[in-house]
Design a protein around this ligand. Structure first.
Ligand code: SF4
Ligand code: MG
Length: 325
C-alpha cells in the first residue's frame, strides 16, 4: 500500500519555483488499480515521479511525504528519500515513452538481467533468471523471441509490453505507470490495458495509472483522482466519478466526453489553468468555473466527503456538507 501525506513538489528554477504538486493526500490500497486523471500540465506525471522518489534536479519535494508499506504490514514501511532501496522489487515505474528508458545497446534478455541486479537483495543466478523470464513471458503471452531483440527492433506496442514485463518481473507490491497507452494506436492500446489488468489480477498488487485519457480510467481503474493545477480536486470510485461527479471541473470533464450514439459537438473546457509559478490563493478553478463566487477567489476549498469513499474540494460542496472534513 502507498500513502501520500500532504505531498507538495516543485521545480526549482533558481529565480522562481513552479509549484507542480500542492498538498496531495490519498492512499492506494492493496489489490486495486488507482487512476490519476487531468489535463496535461496538471502535475500528474510529476506526482508519479514523487511517488517513486525519482527526484532529479530541478524537481524537489517541498512538503509532506510518500510512505510505502511492505507487503500487508502496517508497521514496516519506507518513506520518501529511501524509496530507491525498494525500486523494482517493492515498487516499480513504467515511465512515459518506452523507447527512452530502455538501454538501446542491450538486448531484452540483458535488460532483464539488469533489472534483477538492480532489484536490491534479489539473488538469482543467470540460469535461474533465464528460466524465470521465459516462464514469465509465456504467462504474459509474449514470444521468447523478444529476448534476443534490441529495443529499436520492436514496435512501440511491443516495447511497452516488454517494459511492463520488466517493471513487474520481480512482483513489486506497487506499480506506477505514466500514460501507458499514449502514442499507441487504438488496437495496441487495448492490448496494453488488458495486459496491465491481467498482471494486476495475477499479482494482486497496487497499480497506479496516470492518463489524460478518461477512457483508460473508465476501462481499468477502480478508484481515481482528478488533478487540477497541481491539486487533487476530487477522488472516488471510478463509477461514481463518471456517474455522479461532484466538483465543477470533474463535471465539465465528464460532460465533454463523447457518448455512444450522441453526435453533438462537444465543447472543450474554455480557458486555461492558472500559472503554477504564482498560483492564486483561492480556488484554482475559479477563472473557469461557472459557479464561481467572490469568496472562491480568496478562500482555498477544503476537501470534504461527498459520498462513501468520495471526496472533493469545492466551496459549494463544503457549504453543502456543513464544512465537515
Ligand atoms: Fe467553482 Fe468556487 Fe467550487 Fe472553485 S470553489 S470549483 S470556483 S464553486
Ligand atoms: Mg504527463
Amino acid at each position: 500500500m502507498l500513502e501520500l501525506n500532504h505531498v507538495s513538489a516543485r521545480y526549482n528554477m533558481l529565480t522562481s519555483f513552479v509549484n507542480a504538486v500542492d498538498d496531495v493526500n490519498f492512499k492506494v490500497e492493496n489489490d486495486e488499480i488507482f487512476g490519476i486523471a487531468g489535463e496535461s500540465g496538471c502535475g500528474k506525471s510529476t506526482l508519479l515521479k514523487v511517488m517513486y522518489d525519482l527526484l532529479n534536479y530541478p524537481l524537489e519535494i517541498s512538503g509532506g511525504f510518500v510512505r510505502l508499506y511492505k507487503g500487508n504490514s502496517e508497521t514496516d514501511y519506507v518513506e520518501s528519500g529511501k524509496l530507491k532501496d525498494c525500486w523494482w522489487k517493492e515498487i516499480s515505474y513504467v515511465p512515459q515513452g518506452a523507447m527512452h528508458v530502455m538501454n538501446p545497446v542491450a538486448n531484452i534478455e540483458n535488460q532483464f538481467f539488469d533489472t534483477v541486479s538492480r532489484g536490491y537483495h534479489v539473488k538469482m543466478t543467470k540460469k535461474q533468471i533465464r528460466e524465470k523470464v521465459a516462464a514469465y513471458l509465456e504467462d504474459l503471452e509474449l514470444s521468447p523471441d523478444v529476448l534476443k531483440a534490441y529495443p529499436h527492433q520492436l514496435s512501440g506496442g511491443m516495447r511497452q509490453r516488454v517494459l511492463i514485463a520488466l517493471a513487474t518481473f520481480l512482483n513489486p507490491g506497487v506499480i506506477l505507470a505514466d500514460e501507458p497507452t499514449t502514442a499507441l494506436d487504438v488496437v495496441v492500446q487495448k492490448d496494453i490495458l488488458t495486459m496491465l489488468m491481467s498482471v494486476q489480477k495475477r499479482m494482486m498488487n497496487s497499480m497506479v495509472i496516470v492518463s489524460h485519457d478518461m477512457g483508460v480510467h473508465y476501462q481499468v481503474t477502480k478508484r481515481m483522482g482528478i488533478m487540477y493545477a497541481g491539486q487533487m480536486i476530487e477522488i472516488g470510485p471510478t463509477d461514481e466519478i463518471f456517474g455522479n461527479p461532484k466538483h465543477p471541473y470533474t463535471k465539465m470533464l465528464i460532460g465533454a466526453l463523447p457518448k455512444v450514439g450522441d453526435n453533438s459537438q462537444k465543447e472543450g473546457i474554455p480557458g486555461t489553468p492558472p500559472s503554477l509559478k504564482n498560483p492564486p490563493d483561492g480556488c484554482r478553478f475559479a477563472d473557469r468555473c461557472k459557479y464561481a463566487a467572490n469568496e472562491c477567489r480568496n478562500i482555498r476549498p477544503r476537501t470534504v466527503q461527498v459520498g462513501e469513499k468520495h471526496f472533493a474540494a469545492c466551496l459549494l460542496l463544503e457549504q453543502a456538507s456543513g464544512g465537515s472534513e
